[in-house]
Design a protein around this ligand. Structure first.
Ligand code: FMN
Length: 371
């Protein structure tokens, strides 16, 4: 690792980033990772210390684990953090304080899992799971479609979370529009069969997200960064496609830009993969090219195999040479790091100080503690 890395300077990763309303000390972002260490939905001191540890070791921007908007069927575990209620918001406020003291920035990832939620899940087993057309990710009908009134309530719940994020001192928000959860269930043709204004072609299917962005914007003002995470892949289907071409990607992104997204977080499992033929650009590269907005890339940064790969739950450190080349070329602006930052909270500092040979393997069992 260290020998391979020393051929390429890592300086580009440590240059400050500034855009119209977001500035970050360097290009390294902690990817959102659900951990399940918030009993009764309340993030405690251990969660604050976990995020602080990454900030003090050189992560510029932290995206928190998915944290649930105020809706009874948003989540499926009593240990996932809420983003509503006094106790949970006080917990988050403490997380923000710790991260800021350590010199980092932090945004919460606002989450609703839609119809990936199994009926009867905790903490609200009586609540009915919801989704745009009542279809799960395999396209099977399991409940009634959301009504327009219910959709309006969900949009209001996201906007309330955005307002609370601003009020308690976060540096922005990230909307979780990826991986087959609620917002993505609206985006994706397999799960959105609606014939009203929330369904139709790929541009029409962005309406739910666009209305969340606009309502959030009204709640937080022009200067508060709104990041949208999206993906082609779904939690149970790595080959799924939201869009098949740059033209379709553009139809998807344009209404979201118009609604006021500041930064796109284009989620892939391997950052080096070209998204479409004819070009080496990855999904974040295409997103930046088509929108002119800053983008975050993600997927196996610093590791030799991908998230939930078939080859097991262990990944070894890998060099960053092609990542840095792409960053220097301006393909994307920021780089999110997931598992490598679970394996080693000092990942960013070690990369910066040419201590890559001290990095350990990622082992899925390391998710069993909150260090
Ligand atoms: C333990 C774990 C939990 C995750 N939870 C979330 C989540 O809450 N929200 C999300 O958008 N992605 C989640 N992801 C995906 C990561 O954000 C990231 O996209 C993925 O791990 C690929 O990056 P990596 O190869 O650097 O790990 C999770 C990944 C892991 C390993």
């Amino acid at each position: 690792m260290s020998n391979a890395q020393s051929e390429t300077s890592v300086e580009a990763l440590f240059k400050p980033f500034t855009s119209s309303n977001l500035s970050v000390a360097n290009r390294i972002v902690m990817a959102p990772m659900t951990r399940g260490y918030s009993p009764n939905g309340v993030p405690g001191e251990d969660v604050a210390a976990y995020y602080r540890r990454r900030a003090q070791n050189g992560v510029g921007l932290i995206v928190t684990e998915g944290t649930l908007i105020n809706h009874p069927a948003a989540g499926a575990s009593p240990n996932w953090p809420n983003f509503h209620g006094e106790a949970a918001l006080n917990g988050w406020s403490n997380v923000v304080k710790e991260v800021h003291e350590a010199g980092g920035k932090i945004v919460p990832q606002l989450w609703h899992i839609g119809l990936t939620r199994k009926a009867g899940s905790q903490p609200n087993p009586e609540a009915l799971s919801v989704g745009p057309s009542g279809l799960d990710l395999s396209g099977e009908k399991i409940t009634q479609p959301l009504t327009e009134n219910e959709i309006a309530d969900l949009i209001a719940a996201y906007a309330q979370a955005a307002a609370d994020a601003a009020r308690i001192g976060f540096d922005g928000i990230e909307l979780h529009g990826a991986h087959g959860y609620l917002i993505d269930q609206f985006f994706w043709g397999r799960t959105n069969h609606r014939t009203d204004q929330y369904g139709g072609d790929i541009a029409a299917r962005t309406r739910f997200a666009a209305e969340i962005v606009k309502a959030s914007r009204r709640a937080v003002g022009a200067d508060f960064p709104i990041v949208l995470r999206f993906s082609q892949w779904k939690a149970d289907n790595y080959d799924a496609k939201l869009v098949e071409s740059p033209g379709e990607l553009s139809q998807f992104l344009t209404p979201l830009v118009d609604a006021g997204v500041d930064v796109f977080h284009s989620s892939t499992r391997r950052y080096w993969e070209p998204e479409f033929g004819d070009s080496n650009l990855n999904l974040a590269g295409w997103t930046k090219k088509l929108t002119g907005k800053p983008t975050i890339t993600v997927g196996s940064v610093g590791l030799d195999n991908e998230f939930r790969s078939s080859s097991g739950d262990i990944a070894k450190p890998a060099d960053l040479n092609s990542l840095i080349e792409r960053l220097e070329n301006g393909e994307f602006d920021l780089v999110a790091v997931g598992r490598a930052l679970l394996a080693d909270p000092e990942w960013a500092a070690k990369i910066r100080n040419n201590r890559g040979d001290e990095l350990s393997n990622f082992d899925i069992s390391s998710t069993k503690t909150l260090y």
